[in-house]
Design a protein around this ligand. Structure first.
Ligand SMILES: C[S@@+](CC[C@H](N)C(=O)[O-])C[C@H]1O[C@@H](n2cnc3c(N)ncnc32)[C@H](O)[C@@H]1O
Ligand SMILES: Nc1nc2[nH]cc(C(=O)O)c2c(=O)[nH]1
Ligand code: SF4
Ligand SMILES: [Mg+2]
Length: 215
């Protein structure tokens, strides 16, 4: 069965602990959520059907060992676990960016699963499936994208009550919604509360601008 693909491109990883490393991105079409701040609405519908061998060929043409599967929401397509397993079997280092509403346990543990926990201002915080937290391996990553103070309080509460910093080897990531929450404000809050998190900005947007696709 084919996968619906929005875009495949080669860029600098702009998020996660892999920030700054060359990476091939496979952006899959379709999403089950509608976050208020989503910067990838063009991936909700647009895309073409690709067989897995053709995706693998395109990826290998970039001669890059790091591959990220993103979207849209990658876990709503049935074939995504197979694509990821095939990439891992070929020796790729694979990252999965997921909204955390679908079970990550369907994905090979050799893959780094980057799980977003949606905050109130996204309008999708009821979609979080917290059972995913029990399935994290040490190399997986957790991320909060924050639009306002209420989101920060929400993320802080989950961080502490669910002991997130001790479930994974990298610090959980706190990022501001780009061009919405003042990044300096977020940094001040983190420092005031001495939170064991990693503040992060979307590097690709700093480099190339906000609405540029394929970067
Ligand atoms: C476009 S989503 C695709 C993967 C998956 N649907 C998810 O939400 O994690 C990739 C990442 O971009 C983040 N993101 C989307 N719009 C953003 C914005 N305006 N500012 C900052 N981060 C944003 C999401 O929270 C997510 O961590
Ligand atoms: N350069 C770059 N890095 C990214 N990291 C995660 C992205 C995503 O949209 O999931 C992304 C993206 O769209 N571009
Ligand atoms: S889950 Fe990801 S792709 Fe879907 S609407 Fe939210 S940010 Fe956009
Ligand atoms: Mg993006």
């Amino acid at each position: 069965m084919p996968l619906k693909v929005n875009e495949i491109f080669y860029s600098i990883q702009g998020e996660s602990s892999f920030i700054g490393i060359p990476c091939v991105f496979v952006r899959l079409t379709g999403c089950n959520l509608r976050c208020s701040y989503c910067d990838t609405r063009y991936a909700y519908e647009e895309g073409t059907l690709w067989d897995i061998p053709d995706i693998l060929d395109r990826i290998s043409s970039y001669h890059c060992p790091l591959v990220e599967i993103t979207g849209g929401e990658p876990l709503i397509q049935k074939e995504t676990p197979l694509l990821i397993r095939d990439l891992l079997d070929r020796g790729c280092h694979v990252l999965l960016e997921t909204n955390g509403s679908r079970p990550i346990r369907t994905i090979d543990e050799r893959c780094v699963r980057i799980v977003d926990i949606k905050c109130p201002s996204s309008g999708e915080s009821r979609s979080n499936d917290y059972r995913n937290l029990d399935d994290l391996t040490g190399q997986d990553e957790i991320k909060f994208v924050l639009g306002e103070r209420k989101d920060y309080e929400f993320a802080k509460e989950i961080l502490i009550s669910r002991n997130l910093a001790n479930r994974i080897s990298h610090p959980p990531i706190f990022s501001p919604v780009t061009n919405s929450l003042d990044p300096k404000k977020l940094v001040r809050w983190i420092l005031e509360d001495h939170l064991p998190v990693r503040f992060q900005l979307q590097l690709h947007k700093i480099l190339w601008g906000n609405d540029v696709r394929g970067v």
